[in-house]
Ligand binder design. Structure first.
Ligand code: MG
Length: 285
């Protein structure tokens, strides 16, 4: 199933897309978070029982699939070899990473940017605005001390996150929290593809374009630390609650990876795409 959150005639609903992704049926839950927390068999039954005419997508406003995540997004830094290399070339002090030990950090998100929504450029604060297409994993049930071989049972689905970054802030402050967590820095969507429709571990084409020019192009099978290992390690000491979002890192081709760097400017259009999920298109305000 492909699940979206949308508003229609003044109210917001989670819904399931029809085949071809052209229309949506509402599902009987108050929010995507509530849907994720509901028993999976119940959700599937609800999706099978939809009836009547679906609502054409042109008549709804898409929101991010989880518009206001309950907690900050957990992110992986430098989790593709080629991106780790371009980051180290840009700033060896700020982007040093030893061997295969994952870098975890947190991305603040009070309100995710919807498909088609604005990435905020924060004039006067941000000078080096950058994009990062990432596969985001959504946890479906509380995960504590989960062995790697059972991780797939805990995954609800997958979406796309653009881990928008202010490089100057990211590297000036010792921690990345401020430079990654500004308002309007977390585009998410367009949908959640449920885990039953993605072979595990995911091996999906992932790409990003800026103004139509291909900048990033890779495959999610190239993660340095796999989704199984990420969730096994984190859950060894942190209970990951349903609705937790984990952004698994970005491949090479971000703006700071070019020489000279090619940062974003007002009016730029960024298209983040992942096979079997869709395309997340946003513009810089
Ligand atoms: Mg990132």
């Amino acid at each position: 199933m492909k699940l979206i959150t949308y508003s229609h005639q003044g109210s917001t609903h989670p819904g399931v897309l029809t085949a071809g992704d052209t229309a949506v049926y509402p599902l009987p839950y108050p929010s995507m978070q509530a849907l994720i927390e509901a028993p999976w068999e119940q959700v599937r039954a609800a999706a099978r029982q939809v009836s009547g005419e679906p609502i054409p997508l042109e008549q709804v406003t898409l929101l991010a699939p989880i518009p206001s995540p309950r907690q900050d997004i957990i992110c992986l830094g430098m989790n593709y070899l080629d991106h780790a290399a371009e980051s180290a070339r840009y700033d060896g002090d700020s982007f040093r990473k030893d061997s295969a030990i994952p870098v975890y950090f947190s991305k603040r998100v009070a309100e995710a940017v919807p498909p088609g929504g604005w990435i905020e450029s924060h004039p006067g604060l941000v000078e080096q605005l950058d994009y990062e297409v990432e596969l985001a994993v959504i946890i479906g049930k509380a995960a504590s001390k989960v062995p790697a071989e059972r991780v797939s049972e805990y995954i609800f689905g997958y979406t796309i996150v653009n881990d928008v970054s202010a490089r100057r802030l990211q590297t000036t402050h010792k921690q990345w929290y401020f430079g990654k967590g500004l308002d309007g820095f977390t585009p998410m969507g367009p949908c959640i593809t449920t885990a039953d429709e993605v072979a595990f571990p995911p091996a999906l084409a992932i790409s990003a374009k800026v103004n139509g020019e291909l900048r990033q192009s890779s495959n999610t099978r190239l993660l340095i630390t796999s989704i199984a290992d990420i969730i096994a390690e984190l859950s060894s000491g942190i209970t990951l609650l349903p609705g937790t979002i984990i952004a698994t890192g970005t491949p090479a081709g971000v703006g700071m990876g070019f020489d000279p760097p090619r940062f974003l400017k007002s009016g730029d259009v960024i298209e983040c795409a992942i096979e079997n999920i869709g395309t997340l298109r946003n513009s810089v305000r």
